[in-house]
Structure formats: C-alpha cells, structure tokens
Design a protein around this ligand. Structure first.
Ligand SMILES: Nc1ncnc2c1ncn2[C@@H]1O[C@H](COP(=O)(O)OP(=O)(O)O)[C@@H](O)[C@H]1O
Ligand SMILES: [Mg+2]
Length: 399
C-alpha cells in the first residue's frame, strides 16, 4: 500500500489488511514508527518522483514478492500504476492515472469523448483578460484537491483577484507561481458523489452520496455527505451512465473511482473523476453486506483478485460531515463533544487536528477539523442530526 504521510486512511486500510490476513507492505513518504516494526516491509518513497518511487517498489518486489499495489490517496495513484505495470500486476494504465491527477488533461479527454462537463479554458500566466468563459466561473489549480484553491468569480474584477489568489496557493503548494490554472463555467445545481469500483465489466456503483448543503461558492467547503441519494432511480441511472462514460474516456480500468457530478434539472455535468476511493475518514460512513464490510476491505479484495464479497450497501441511511475550519489561528479546544455525540443518530465524532495546531480555512487550508458520522432511517434525518451536532460543538481557534 502506498500510504502518503498526510493520509487519513492508514488505520482503515491497515485494519482491512489485518482482517484479510495480508502481509502488508507499506510505502510512505517519510520514515515512520511502523518502519521499525515492519522492517523490510516498509519503504520510503517520494510520490512526486514517479520514476524513482516505482524503481524502489520494483526493487523491493525482488526481495518481498508483491501481489497488488494499492494507493490510498491521489498522491500515490500514478506510482502505483507505473510500478504495477512493471511488475505485471493488475493496474490502471499510467496515462489514465495521470489524467486523473491533472484537471486540464482530464477536461481535455472528457471533451474529446463528449462527456457532459463545464466549458473550460486553461490559463497560462496571470492575466485572465483573454478568458471567454463568461460569468459566473470557477478558477482552480490543476493538481490540488479538497477544494483547495477553488474559487468562484462573478465578474472580471473578482476573476482577477481569484487568479492571483489561486496562483499564490499553487506556489505555496510547491507547484510554482507560473503553473497554469483552469477556468471553468460555473455549473449550478446540486452535487453528488459516486463511489465506484472498476473491473472487467466496467464501473460498479457502491454508493451515491448527496451533498445537501448548498455549495455555491465563492469557496467550496465540502461538509455533509449523505447516502442514499434523494434523487432516486431514473436520475441515479443517468448519473451512473455519465460516470461510466467519463471513466472510460480517461482510460481508468482497475480499482476505485470517486466521481463528483452536478445535476440541474435533467442535466448532469462532471466536476471530476479520481482513481481512488473517497477521502478523509468518509469511507467510515459506508458498510456493505450483512457483515458490515468496510470499503477498504472490498478494495483490497478487488485489488488482489479475491472473490468479491456482497457489495450492496447496508439499507439504513448514513452520512458524514467533514468539519470545516471556521477561522485562521491555533486550535485551542473543541468543546461540547459529549453533547454532540448525544444527538440522536450521531454515531461517531473524530477530531483529527491536534489541539495546539495552527489551522486555516479554505481556500488556502488543506485539512478538516474532523469528521462527524450519523445514521438513521432517512437521509434528511441524518443530515439534520449532523447539522445539529455540529452546531453544538464549541470550536475555539485563537487568532
Ligand atoms: N465548474 C464548476 N461549477 C460549479 N462548481 C464547481 C465547479 N468546479 C468545482 N466546483 C466546486 O468546487 C469543488 C471542488 O472542485 P474540484 O474540481 O472537485 O477540485 P478538488 O480536486 O479540490 O476537489 C467541487 O466539489 C464543486 O463543489
Ligand atoms: Mg473534487
């Protein structure tokens, strides 16, 4: 498994590997306490240096045979594809993995396949005067994630400010101030997330989440996800068919996909497709089959070509709230957690930012405060429970 240092997913994937009694081998970006325990089965790689990282994995496979290479997050998907190809293991074509990591390449491939999506232009340089997308539009970096640096602009003046701000965010993220940006038509409507697994028969949909909170910008904080979607079967079928076309257009052919689409009336537009599963701790909102199997367990089975388990999600509604960071400063306290946990329907709360850590809201920030989970009979009740519990939390951030 490629488990980047900043991943939220390590415990859940390691837990699933334990359930499956796998001999896990971990590649991470920094030495880690795990390394002492794991010895030969721990490797340090730089995900940004794909060639060297793949070399290191291929060399390790000489001594420690590998049956599959799984990337937990976006950072590792290209390395996993390249190394698996070289070792003759099932994999995504490296070009497909790369296309999901560069929003301009992704838009180009989706456009060539006539997949419905916003109109877009790539902006090289700092001056958006020549951009003819119109307003409102969305400015975004090509390679970041978690809505970092994604900004809506409603007129030429706000577009200019957005471009300057996104360029600074890209520079801070190590992309260089001159890195190109994407400017897209703003798609109104409601947003849904499709979690899927791609195999020989194409995309199997594991879950469709609604994002019931309005996401109209100027910044696009993801907060609540609830499943099942309230859109219902005909629209869900249409979304599934658009996602299948998009996945095929990118060439993604193996393993998880995470798609974001917007729906307005009967029109579906693709926001993006990633060749990984849902981020943060959000997968904990998903349980499958009678045994309550985790998403990570299903993904590892699929990666290893093991016989699939039942992939039908449990029947109750379920949701997660990614707790936004409301202000910049030092996190001092998250109070009233007990009260939040007592809200009917709330099943878990995990604050993932350590007390004392400096935090920043979007569009610059790149972390959530934590994750709140709920379940119930009805997706609306689940969303209401998440809102109520979040409203009780006393988040103290000292400027
Ligand atoms: N063209 C668009 N129209 C409307 N909303 C958009 C558009 N592009 C992005 N967004 C909003 O911004 C969020 C983050 O953008 P996205 O392209 O998914 O970048 P990231 O990789 O950071 O998740 C989306 O989930 C969506 O809510
Ligand atoms: Mg996204």
């Amino acid at each position: 498994m490629i488990l980047p240092t900043a991943t939220y997913r390590a415990p859940d994937f390691v837990g699933a590997a334990d359930e499956l009694r796998l001999d896990l081998v971990v590649a991470s970006e920094e030495p880690h306490a795990l390394g002492d325990l794991m010895g030969e089965r721990f490797l340090v790689i730089d995900c940004a240096d794909v060639g060297a990282a793949a070399d290191a994995i291929v060399e390790l496979a000489d001594r420690v045979p590998l049956d599959a290479i799984v990337a937990a997050d976006d950072q590792g998907v290209v390395v996993a594809a390249v190394a698996a190809e070289r070792l003759g293991l099932p994999h995504n074509p490296p070009a497909a993995a790369r296309a999901t990591r560069d929003k301009a390449v992704m838009r180009g491939l989706l456009a060539a396949a006539n997949v419905p999506q916003p109109r877009f232009e790539v902006l090289e340089g700092a001056d958006p005067a020549g951009i003819s997308i119109g307003f409102p539009c969305v400015v975004k970096p090509l390679t970041l994630s978690g809505s970092r640096g994604v900004i809506r602009a409603d007129d030429p003046a706000s577009l200019e400010r957005a471009v300057a701000r996104v360029r600074a965010i890209q520079a801070e993220a190590g992309e260089g101030i001159e890195a190109p940006l994407l400017v897209e038509e703003y798609l109104p409507g409601i947003e849904v997330v499709v979690e899927g697994l791609v195999g020989p028969d194409g995309v199997e949909v594991l879950a469709i989440f609604d994002k019931p909170e309005p996401m109209e910008g100027p910044f696009f904080e993801e907060t609540i996800l609830v499943t099942p979607s309230r859109l219902g079967p005909p629209m869900e079928d249409e979304i599934t068919s658009v996602v299948r076309r998009a996945v095929e257009a990118l060439g993604v052919s193996f393993g998880p996909v995470h798609a974001e689409v917007r729906v307005e009336g009967d029109r579906v537009g693709v926001i993006e497709i990633a060749a990984r599963s849902i981020g943060g701790l959000c997968s904990r909102a998903l349980r499958f089959g009678l045994l309550g199997t985790s998403l990570e367990h299903l993904l590892l089975r699929a990666a290893l070509g093991m016989p699939p388990r039942a992939m039908r999600r449990e029947s109750r509604a379920s949701g997660v709230m990614m707790l936004p960071i409301p202000a910049e400063g030092v996190l001092r306290r998250v109070g009233w957690q007990g009260a939040a946990m007592e809200v009917p329907g709330i099943t878990a709360l995990e604050i993932t930012v350590p007390i004392g850590q400096r935090v920043r809201p979007l569009p610059e920030g790149d972390r959530y405060l934590g994750f709140l989970f709920a379940a119930g009979d009805d997706p609306d009740d689940v969303a209401a429970a998440l809102r109520e519990a979040h409203g009780l939390l006393q988040i103290v951030i000292e400027p």
